[in-house]
Design a protein around this ligand. Structure first.
Ligand SMILES: Cc1cc2nc3c(=O)[nH]c(=O)nc-3n(C[C@H](O)[C@H](O)[C@H](O)COP(=O)(O)OP(=O)(O)OC[C@H]3O[C@@H](n4cnc5c(N)ncnc54)[C@H](O)[C@@H]3O)c2cc1C
Length: 386
């Protein structure tokens, strides 16, 4: 019998050998230059890894969520940052599950081959934040077009994508019975959009994550770009979130192992007071604790995947795996930085870069507080707080 860690060895080996071509120096340089890892993302796409969740009939490899999660985990464990390309993995789920046959045939084979990139999803808005049902961006149908007006914030990878999934209100909030109704999702051709009413303003941020403010001023998009039924967009977005939560959890798990691998090696080698610092229990225990928590988060990730892949409800497990993994990677990050002493702050050790990168997952794509609130309300049956 194999342990979870020994499973999916082919995938682990494949990603590790690809990542070996992109050593720490590569990611460090991209970070220093605030660049984008074009060559790395191209190599992943060319090798077919980014099409893992696209069904085989549309040119993808039709892997399970568990397998896809191992891809993300290994990228981060090897020192990379899946944040540059993870949208390509989970955005497709929305199209696969809710797109028309025509849309799937039009887009999915080209996404699988790398001819088209679907890296972006536009949900968050500056004035409404986590309270998504109050979004103010509107899509008004005029003949065979929808006219989009409004604003989005923190929309990632727009400058490295050809398509974006956009959430907008098609029925005003005061005209729907449930606040989650009346929103719709659309496929936006980003190259057309920048010429016709969409403005991109990049946001310089802590983690070299390509993310932007978007402004829509009478942007017209073809009515056939509506995904699924008008008014059900929020439900479709929520549907895709379980996969997103699990894939992000897997990235955090990969980060957690990276921090533990690095700090374990460092504290064995670093001699202070005439002995390795790793001989002190004050140093050992925080590392051991972080390792235990990463392992536990990983088990919850596999449980969420097992349920998801069996088409069973997995909202609780997907959310819990994201929280456990984000907390565990952050705990491991702190132990790693702490026991590197001053060297933890030196860019050439990569710890400070990974530290910044993994911190993001306490806030995005969902803050830990919102997961606690989900579990309190939907799992424990406590009264709604908002
Ligand atoms: C680098 C980056 C990339 C991103 N990429 C994308 C993207 O591609 N597409 C996209 O649509 N969005 C994206 N986001 C947005 C991200 O999903 C949001 O930042 C996140 O959901 C939190 O929303 P907010 O920033 O508006 O925070 P707010 O809603 O203003 O909340 C701020 C904080 O308050 C707390 N809080 C809020 N409400 C409650 C409550 N009811 N109970 C308890 N605590 C609460 C939470 O701790 C939260 O972190 C990205 C964000 C970042 C930073």
């Amino acid at each position: 019998m194999t342990t979870y860690a020994e499973q999916y060895q082919d995938i682990r080996d494949g990603i590790r050998s690809l990542c070996a071509q992109f050593p720490d120096e590569y990611f460090r340089k991209v970070d220093e230059q605030r660049g984008y890892p074009d060559e790395f993302v191209k190599a992943l796409t060319d090798a077919g890894w980014m099409a893992a969740l696209i069904p085989q009939e549309y040119g993808g490899s039709g892997l399970s969520l568990a397998e896809a999660s191992v891809i993300m985990e290994e990228i981060n464990r090897c020192g990379g940052n899946s944040g540059a390309c993870h949208g390509q993995m989970y955005n497709m789920g929305t199209l696969v599950r809710h797109g028309s046959e025509e849309q799937k045939r039009l887009y999915l084979p080209k996404i699988a081959s790398g001819e088209l990139r679907l890296q972006s999803m536009g949900v968050t808005e500056p004035t409404t934040g986590t309270d998504t049902t109050r979004i103010k961006t509107t899509a008004v149908k005029k003949g065979d077009k929808y006219v989009i007006n409004g604003q989005k914030v923190w929309i990632s990878r727009v400058q490295h994508s050809d398509l974006m999934i956009l959430l907008a209100r098609t029925t005003p909030l005061n005209q729907v019975t449930k606040k989650s109704e009346g929103m719709s999702i659309f496929i936006v051709d980003l190259h057309d959009a920048v010429k016709n009413g969409m403005t991109i303003r990049p946001i310089l941020n802590m983690v070299n994550h390509e993310t932007n403010e978007l402004f829509f001023d009478n942007l017209e998009i073809p009515a056939e770009n509506l995904i699924g039924e008008e008014g059900k967009g929020f439900k479709y977005i929520l549907d895709g979130l379980n996969a997103e939560r699990v894939l992000i959890a897997a990235e955090c798990i990969g980060d957690g192992y990276w921090f533990i691998d690095r700090v374990t090696k460092y504290v064995k080698d670093r001699i202070v007071f005439g002995r390795p610092i790793g001989q002190n229990q004050g140093v050992q225990f925080p590392i051991a604790k972080a390792y235990i928590n990463v392992e536990a988060a990983s088990l919850m990730r596999y449980e969420a995947c097992r349920l998801f892949d069996a088409h069973l409800p997995c909202g609780a497990q997907a959310n819990m795996s994201k929280l456990l993994a984000a907390d565990a990677s952050w705990e491991a990050a702190n132990a790693c930085l702490q026991f590197h002493g001053g060297f933890g702050f030196a860019c050439e050790y990569d710890v400070e870069r990974k530290f910044r990168e993994t911190r993001l997952y306490q806030v995005a794509p969902i803050s830990t507080n919102l997961i606690l609130s989900y579990v309190a309300e939907h799992v424990l049956g406590l009264p709604r707080s908002f």
